[in-house]
Design a protein around this ligand. Structure first.
Ligand SMILES: Nc1ncnc2c1ncn2[C@@H]1O[C@H](COP(=O)(O)OP(=O)(O)OP(=O)(O)O)[C@@H](O)[C@H]1O
Length: 734
């Protein structure tokens, strides 16, 4: 081979360095395998002890045994899951630092302290650290050290690995003057290597290359509200996910027990980010799209822009509140009962009064008993004096008799049925009724738009979910069991013998558990991604999930798909104003090439001169390309462009298409049969990224999508390498 001596030397050094690192990493894996073996032993022992327990009625001392078993099995099983998840690059970093007594490090050959950083901490048999968890305070210098503030770090090394095998080294020499002469420095820089890699269909963790400003946001204390801002591609999402992992590490008891919720814009986005936390060894975080926050509903449909704008507006509060308290549609308007030889009757006005009184303090589905009492009182008032004898001699006996009559029972079931939020939302499809509920809130045109929007869809949309949640609070949940609360007091007096199957306290416990299961799930920390997109009504829904929570809120107003970002921000502020706020701004766009981002920045600056534009640092030498094609050839051109781009990039090609053009474009792309090509609508593309992006009809994206030019900005900032737009005119170009 014709190689210069210098490059041969370099190769030898690299080989020797790789071998030395591999040796250490092998020790770590051996140690982990040993720990995994002992973890499974503990799990088996725990199960056996559990099975030996008496499974009948549990005495207190036996409960202690069960508790112990659960703790053992739980801890061991989790450890195994954690270790399994970690087999991708368990050790990814090494620091060589000036000696410091405060670091858990061992001396390296070069006379510096050496410290390995990995996904979890592993100690050797003497309890000395072989590798420390990336979230441990001692790992902080790995992320924070810079040439100007080097925190004793001389060399930072990233180990690139494929599973347990080290395949490359990337070094940063932060203090050349402090480095021994023979300290090897390898590679081109870990960050650039990582950013240039082809993209797949899921997001990867960045644990080896977190940058200093990102690290500060990740490790910010879990108090009040932590707001992480920054333009497209600055790592807001990935930083927020690492923050979730950090919070679990820093206060596991609080956050594992209380729960951490991550809310994102769409199911596609949740699928895109779902691997990040497991790859960091965390499996307990709940990830939910904003259309899936209400149990039992997974909404993915999107409303037309004008309908979505009304559904998300805070004005819907008043509308829904009136709907929830109004007469049930088609309810009877007269109550007539025959008693004691006479007839007593309540008319519509009197019924309305009873309803209003019953709803004064209690939501409808909880106010059945109150309403029934109100009806009895109103009937009693109208019951002629001369009939008040015998069975009907006093109001209580009268009430007992009256509520048992078939006429009353039939009436009551129709007049006061349990109303589900789903049913109440459908009521808004009737413009006449909606007009009544919307007075002073919506214009007549808005009433028509909303009613038609509700009637026009058979499935619930993402915007509907916030309305259903609001209605659920307004209507209240129906009592869990048919048995009324009062009857429990009555049951309490009975001996166990009468009720053979369940004792009173067992029954109470069961009802309490059922109630608890029905209660809204609340979390100790709520992390909202793409927060700029939440409508005011969605903010109300999200904040119900964390009345006691601390918050991480991640977003970029310039990418908002809500028509009035100030309104949405005001809604957020009003919901979280009582909490202390810490703000972080991320300043570098790691996704887009500088050429692509320069164009996208120009587009948004025209409309939003104050938009927060980050610096894009990676140049590819290829600018965006704008193709003009005939109106009728758009779908064909999208397909052809995707084929071309497949040749030019290694990873994914995203074709972003306005919803109205999907029926034409989707079949063309499906025909390509290449899993690297994905078609998405502008809203679905939020938070996602592709190596190459084809934007179909940018002008229509502006006109048809809530958010207008901000939606176009989102779309133009999805590509890492190549961007091609297809349109029939050039009018939209800056
Ligand atoms: N420190 C880093 N090391 C390697 N890659 C990084 C780093 N920070 C961010 N990235 C990468 O940059 C890309 C953009 O990150 P992310 O999606 O989190 O940005 P964002 O700010 O949420 O973007 P947007 O607002 O446009 O949705 C991702 O591929 C992410 O992995």
């Amino acid at each position: 081979m014709d190689q210069s001596p210098t490059s041969a030397d370099h190769e030898n050094v690299e080989r020797a360095e790789l071998a030395a690192e591999q040796e250490h990493v092998d020790r770590v894996y051996d140690r982990v395998a040993e720990a995994a073996r002992s973890a499974s032993r503990i799990a088996v022992e725990g199960h056996q002890r559990g099975q030996a327990q008496n499974v009948g009625r549990v005495r207190e001392e036996e409960q202690t045994g069960l508790y112990e078993r659960d703790v053992l099995v739980f801890a061991a099983a989790r450890r195994i899951a954690e270790l399994d998840a970690e087999h991708e690059g368990l050790v990814f970093g090494r620091l060589d630092a000036d000696k410091g007594d405060d670091q858990p490090a061992v001396e390296s050959a070069a006379g510096l302290d050496k410290l390995y950083v990995g996904r979890i901490g592993v100690r050797d048999a003497e309890y000395e650290p072989l590798v420390i968890d990336w979230r441990a305070p001692a790992a902080e210098p790995f992320y924070r050290a810079t040439a100007t503030d080097r925190l004793k770090v001389v060399r930072r090394r990233v180990l690139r690995n494929k599973g347990p095998r080290i395949v490359g080294l990337e070094d940063d020499l932060l203090a050349p003057e402090r480095a021994p002469e023979d300290l090897p420095v390898m590679g081109e820089g870990a960050l650039m290597a990582s950013l240039s890699r082809a993209r797949g269909h899921t997001m990867r963790d960045i644990v080896a290359t977190i940058q200093a400003e990102q690290d500060k946001a990740i490790r910010a204390p879990a108090r009040g509200v932590t707001v992480i801002g920054g333009g497209p591609g600055t790592g807001k999402t990935v930083v927020a996910l690492h923050r979730a992992a950090y919070l679990l590490y820093s206060d596991r008891r609080r956050f594992e027990r209380g729960g951490v919720l991550v809310v994102g814009p769409s199911a596609a986005f949740m699928a895109y980010i779902e691997r990040v936390l497991p790859s960091l060894g965390e499996n307990t975080v709940s990830l939910r799209a904003v259309g899936e926050l209400v149990d039992g509903i997974k909404a993915t449909a999107v409303d037309e822009a004008d309908v979505a704008a009304i559904k998300g507006s805070l004005r819907m509060r008043g509308v829904l509140s009136r709907a929830a308290r109004d007469r049930v549609p088609n309810a009877p308007t007269t109550l007539r009962v025959f008693l004691g030889g006479g007839t007593v009757e309540l008319d519509a006005n009197q019924l309305d009064n009873v309803r209003r009184n019953a709803l004064r303090r209690t939501p409808r589905n909880r106010a059945g008993a109150e309403a029934r009492k109100g009806l009895v009182a109103a009937l009693w008032q109208r019951f002629p004096d001369d009939l008040r004898t015998g069975l009907y001699g006093d109001r209580e006996s009268f009430g007992d008799q009256v509520t048992e009559t078939p006429a009353f029972r039939t009436f009551f079931s129709q007049w006061w049925p349990v109303v589900t939020p789903e049913a109440a939302l459908r009521w808004l499809g009737d413009p006449r009724r909606l007009q009544r509920w919307a007075r002073n809130e919506l214009t007549p045109a808005e009433v028509d738009t909303l009613a038609a929007g509700i009637r026009g869809t058979s499935e619930f949309t993402i915007a509907d979910v916030a309305l259903l949640d609001e209605l659920s609070t307004l209507l209240g949940r129906a009592p869990v069991s048919e048995t009324k609360d009062e009857e429990f007091d009555w049951l309490e007096g009975l001996s166990d013998g009468v009720n053979e199957v369940l004792t009173t306290s067992e029954r109470r416990a069961r009802v309490a558990a059922a109630r608890e299961a029905e209660e809204l799930e609340e979390y100790a920390h709520v992390l909202v991604d793409e927060a700029q997109d939440l409508s005011p009504m969605q903010w109300r829904m999200v904040t119900r999930r964390g009345p006691q929570a601390s918050w991480t809120i991640v977003g970029d107003p310039a990418q908002s798909s809500w028509p009035d970002p100030d309104e949405a921000r005001a809604a957020m502020d009003s919901m979280l104003s009582h909490l202390q706020r810490h703000t972080f701004r991320l300043s570098t766009n790691y996704r887009n090439s500088a050429e692509i981002y320069a164009f996208a920045g120009e587009v948004i600056r025209r409309t939003l001169p104050d938009a927060d534009l980050p610096d894009a640092v990676r140049r590819t030498g290829v600018g965006p390309e704008h193709r003009i094609v005939d109106d009728g050839k758009i779908a064909e051109a999208a397909g052809d462009t995707a084929v071309e781009l497949l040749q030019l990039v290694e990873g994914t090609v995203g074709v972003i298409v306005p919803p109205k053009l999907r029926p034409a474009v989707d079949p063309v792309l499906a025909e390509l049969g290449d899993p690297r090509v994905v078609a998405v609508s502008p809203l679905e593309s939020k938070g996602l990224e592709y190596d190459a992006v084809v934007v179909v009809e940018p002008d229509r994206i502006v006109s048809d999508t809530l958010g207008g030019v901000r939606a176009l900005y989102v779309v133009l900032t999805r590509a890492t390498q190549r961007l091609v737009t297809i349109n029939s005119t050039t009018n939209w170009l800056p």
